[in-house]
Design a protein around this ligand. Structure first.
Ligand code: HC3
Length: 424
């Protein structure tokens, strides 16, 4: 993780803007210097009564874990890196949401917005793109199993292991990795979803969304989609074999498949009876998205969620189906189709085994194959909508949409440069 990403988390001592991890804790330059001086001089501080002075500041440094011997970021455990990553994501989201709430019109980009690169679909693997940035670093790539599992997942994974191991040890191993990766990156755990109060937006709130300008609503949805996609990127990185693909192919697969996986995951957040999805804190029906001006797409996405929900897929089935979609070997621009094909076949086998283990109806795999083509159509319709929106609002997309969203959906293309459009 780059320092510029960590800096989004404020200093743990004073709340100022941080400059990275110092003595094991995220702090600003001032607190870093203060702690260094306190350790060099072995100073004994005291504070005037009822004031917060140097003594309190040092106590706080120690309480949050600052230490001269603290491990450097490179040697953090996977658990520590995961929780740091989650914290960065949380702050990113909070920042984006604050901006959305503060601004009556279109919001400003994040202050630390990295420069978007990779302006065309024929990808360069050299530039530091948003996507390659997302792909970089947080997961221990030397450990195919992604290190230790947090205890909240253990019971669910344990169950998968017992049943599937009777069928095929190889598929069993892959299913376990994919299921665990799915659970670790699914944004909301099953138990969290159960505890959620399934509140719907009341009419007044629906009207508030409907009265937003098209640009503001597009931007809000783009932020939400981007957030969901960041979890999908993390999921992909944890799939056995994905990080061994060349960077071009990782990016091609994510560009083509991450939104499709968001659509698959949407069924976990979907209330079939209400025909509503969990969005911005409550359940939203298609009417909430009216200001986007793409009712046809919204209605197809909701129909897809309805129909996927009706299959009642288990978490391990959803996980393998998502991995299968992500590892589609027929995406354009892949350099090593054969390697992707092998991975996809292994995933399909594992999916078949899980369906068998779960004693699912015979035709389920065929139904899922059909869903793959529906997903493709939704995804390309989404791209068309974005292209049309961009023709009218190119400045807003360029200056106010999340860089990762723009890069994924080709919205960072220069419409005035025909040579770039041809490469799409
Ligand atoms: C319906 C939606 C796609 C799905 C989005 C989901 C449900 C994804 C999972 C997140 O956890 C929560 C979430 C929030 C927003 C949901 C989207 C809102 C609109 C979008 C449609 C497909 C329209 C596309 C909008 C556009 C063109 C701006 O990208």
């Amino acid at each position: 993780m780059r320092v510029s990403q960590i800096e989004i988390i404020p200093c743990k001592i004073c709340g100022d803007k941080s400059s990275g991890i110092h003595y094991g804790v995220i702090t600003c330059e001032g607190c870093k210097g203060f702690f260094r001086r306190s350790q060099q001089s072995n100073a004994v501080y005291s504070c005037p009564p009822e004031t917060a002075g140097q003594h309190c500041r040092l106590q706080k440094c120690l309480a949050v874990g600052m230490s001269r011997d603290a491990v450097k970021f490179g040697r953090m455990s996977k658990k520590q890196r995961d929780s740091l990553y989650a914290e960065v994501q949380k702050h990113r989201l909070q920042q984006q949401q604050q901006q959305l709430q503060q601004s009556p019109q279109v919001v400003s980009p994040s202050p630390a917005e990295p420069e978007p690169l990779s302006p065309h679909y024929g990808l360069s693997s050299s530039g530091l793109t948003e996507l390659s940035d997302e792909l970089e670093g947080y997961v221990d790539q030397n450990s195919p199993e992604g290190g230790s599992v947090s205890s909240r997942f253990v019971s669910e994974i344990g169950e998968t292991k017992q049943g599937a191991s009777l069928l095929c040890p190889f598929s069993d191993h892959l299913s376990q990795i994919v299921s665990r990766s799915h659970l670790e990156t699914c944004q909301y755990l099953g138990e969290e979803l159960q505890q959620m109060s399934w509140q719907s937006f009341v009419q007044e709130e629906v009207e508030t969304y409907q009265s937003k300008t098209q640009e503001v609503m597009w931007q809000l949805c783009a932020v939400k989609i981007t957030e969901a996609i960041q979890y999908v990127v993390e999921f992909a990185k944890r799939i056995d074999g994905f990080m061994e693909l060349c960077q071009n192919d990782q990016i091609v697969l994510l560009k083509a498949g991450s939104l499709e996986v968001v659509f698959i995951r949407m069924c976990r957040l979907f209330d079939s009876q209400k025909n509503a999805v969990y969005f911005d804190g409550k359940f939203a029906g298609p009417d909430v998205f009216r200001a986007l001006g793409c009712d046809d797409l919204i209605s197809s996405v909701f129909d897809f969620a309805q129909s996927l929900c009706s299959l009642h897929l288990t978490e391990d089935e959803l996980a393998l189906f998502s991995a299968f979609v992500l590892l589609s070997a027929d995406r354009s621009w892949l350099q090593d189709k054969l390697q992707v094909e092998k991975l996809q076949q292994k995933t399909q086998l594992a999916l078949q085994h899980v369906l068998q283990k779960n004693q699912r109806e015979e035709g389920l795999l065929t139904k899922l194959r059909y869903k793959v083509s529906v997903l493709r159509s939704l995804s390309s319709r989404h791209t068309e909508k974005l292209s049309a929106f961009r023709v009218v609002h190119s400045d807003i997309v360029r200056t106010h949409f999340p860089p990762l969203y723009k890069e994924l959906f080709g919205a960072d293309l220069d419409l005035t440069d025909p040579t770039k459009i041809q490469q799409q």
